[in-house]
Design a protein around this ligand. Structure first.
Ligand code: ADP
Ligand code: F6P
Length: 544
């Protein structure tokens, strides 16, 4: 029997989470106006704006976050605060979008220190289990604080223009923003979603500014993760690293020194399945499929599609293919492996080193196994592809190798099963057990990518599976993804933020009522007096 899927959406909330109690009429009047999740405007705050220059002018970016928020941007007013990526002349919005785009420009030094430095050479490796060594530099941290302040400033201006809006902060680039918003707007509904993993507390504890980062995120009403294990790691980090500043953990709820409650939830992101089904049926995709079918006729096509990132396990995948071809000489002309790699973050040295390693392995494997007069066993595309071409690769691939060493979610896995199913395919998917997707796509063939020989045996096993077994697995996974698509994710996230803000509003009001009923000067909430230490700010956080 398959293990149970992770509890999704708000399912991780236990009964210990405060449920809004019915308020008395007089209290209800004093509760700040809270948004209706179905209608309220949304101010999204994310590192990048969701548009890019295309052939016919500016267009929506294809990335997961832009896709996820597309329905929100079409149907609700609001704004998106994000880095312009250095592009000039960005439009204020795009036709069909109600969202205003509010670009943040970064200086060359900020791009180097905040984006390439603290975001991608400190937090990215740290939060991915430190599989590459995180680098800690005080200059990067100061730049990260400055840039987070700039994002928060722009978000505050946008929120002032959008009464009743939900503030929705995304990802590790902006961990300090929720608290900066909370300090200026105590009643503001704020959600924070982390799109990448969260490591065990002992690993997170390595970052010198661990309390500031945790308290920054805890400015939100809800902090959400892709997988239950990441949420659990975060809660344990709060328990162990914030106890000395008066933070307490009550199940999945974090209670701050001023008694404000922060919910933590597990909410795996997904894809727009209707869009991938449409792509699968697109005539351009069909034309590409015809070409690829000819190109790989007589061979089983194994496919990898990733940003060129050291978390994705691309080298391990290549070593597994090599081990397979080494062991099974008969497969050398019957199997082709195609790796599509999107260039990524090549100003960070680890990414340049990875590219050299990947290309070195591909050269070596092809040199070793190409039969004279035959095609090479490993094909490699180092570029971004149009969606129809990517869909065509998904459609023709007999096997998808999704083998990250660690990955928050991995949308590629969900895209593959959706396109395969839409084309009535029977491809198989090998899926790393260290991805968020593995908690949901239980019919995939699981693998441990650190064990490259074991991975090659999984590939061999998958090649021998019957078509009916493969088809049944694809169907089950595609149905699961369709029932848990990105529209559902967005609706649940906004509903959770609105509900948690309402709960928080009542809790705040209760505190005010208690304070007002007590004699003596009004007390502002803060950490318990016995816990404040010399040299700390009132919230207990040291400044460096
Ligand atoms: P990550 O967010 O770490 O990059 P995901 O798998 O969650 O990883 O998302 C990657 C996204 O990038 C997917 O939506 C996928 O379709 C897209 N993508 C991956 N490779 C390419 C490519 N070569 N061209 C265009 N889009 C790509
Ligand atoms: O999945 C994590 C993530 O940082 C996304 O937020 C982003 O779209 C993707 O990786 C690509 O990263 P970058 O914006 O650094 O190119």
């Amino acid at each position: 029997m398959l293990p149970q899927r992770d509890q999704t959406d708000s399912g991780s909330r236990g009964p210990e989470v405060a449920v809004p109690r019915p308020a008395m009429a007089s209290e209800r009047e004093r509760v700040p106006e809270m948004p209706d999740a179905d209608k309220s405007p949304v101010v999204a705050i994310a590192n990048r704006l969701p548009i890019r220059p295309g052939d016919g002018g500016w267009e929506l970016s294809p990335g997961g976050l832009a896709t996820a928020l597309r329905p929100v941007m079409r149907t609700r007013s609001g704004a998106w605060v994000g880095w312009d990526g250095g592009s000039k002349g960005m439009p204020a919005t795009l036709p069909g979008l109600r969202t205003r785009l509010l670009p943040i420009s970064l200086s060359v030094a900020q791009v180097r220190q905040y984006y390439h430095g603290f975001a991608n050479a400190t937090l990215w490796p740290l939060l991915h289990d430190a599989i590459e060594k995180p680098r800690f530099e005080r200059g990067w941290w100061r730049s990260y604080q400055d840039v987070n302040s700039a994002f928060a400033g722009a978000a505050l201006a946008a929120l002032s223009d959008c009464p009743g809006a939900i503030a929705w902060v995304h990802d590790y680039h902006l961990a300090l923003v929720p608290r900066l918003l909370r300090e200026r707007r105590p009643d503001q509904p704020i959600g924070f979603f982390l799109h990448i993993p969260w490591p065990a507390p002992e690993i997170f504890a390595r970052v010198p500014w661990r309390q500031e980062i945790l308290l920054g995120m805890l400015g939100a009403d809800v902090v959400s993760f892709h997988a239950e294990r990441y949420r659990d790691n975060f809660v344990r980090a709060c328990a162990s690293l914030l106890a000395d500043v008066g933070v307490q953990v009550n199940g999945s709820t974090i209670v701050l020194p001023d008694q404000r409650q922060v919910s933590t939830t597990t909410a795996p992101i997904s894809i727009d399945t209707a869009e991938y089904r449409r792509l699968a049926a697109d005539p351009e995709t069909a034309a590409q499929i015809a070409g690829l079918t000819d190109q790989f006729r007589g061979r089983s096509l194994l496919l990898g599609v990733d940003r060129l990132d050291y978390t994705k396990g691309i080298v391990e995948r290549l070593l597994a293919v090599e081990a397979l071809l080494e062991r099974r000489q008969d497969l050398r002309t019957k199997v082709a492996f195609l790796q599509v790699a999107v260039p990524s973050r090549d100003n960070v040295v680890e990414y340049r080193t990875l590219r050299a390693a990947v290309e070195g392995h591909i050269g070596r494997i092809n040199g070793k196994f190409t039969e004279p007069g035959s095609d090479v066993p490993v094909h490699y595309l180092h570029r971004s592809l149009p969606p129809e071409q990517l869909a065509a690769y998904y459609a023709v691939a007999d096997m998808m190798l999704v083998t990250p060493l660690i990955d928050g979610m991995n949308l590629v896995a969900k895209e593959y099963v959706t396109v395969q199913h839409a084309r009535h395919g029977s491809g198989s998917m090998i899926l790393s057990e260290f991805t968020g997707a593995s908690s949901e796509l239980r019919e995939a063939i699981p693998c441990n990518p650190f064990d490259t020989e074991g991975l090659s045996l999984r590939v061999e096993h998958a090649l021998a599976l019957s078509q009916s077994a493969r088809r049944a697995a694809i169907t089950a996974m595609a149905r699961y993804v369709a029932a848990h698509d990105v529209h559902r994710w967005v609706a649940r996230q906004l509903r959770d933020i609105a509900a948690a803000a309402r709960t928080g509003g009542r809790a705040r009001m209760d505190r005010q009522l208690v304070a007002a009923s007590q004699p003596g000067p009004a007390r502002s909430p803060g950490p318990p007096a016995s816990r404040s230490r010399q040299g700390r700010r009132p919230d207990g956080v040291r400044r460096h």
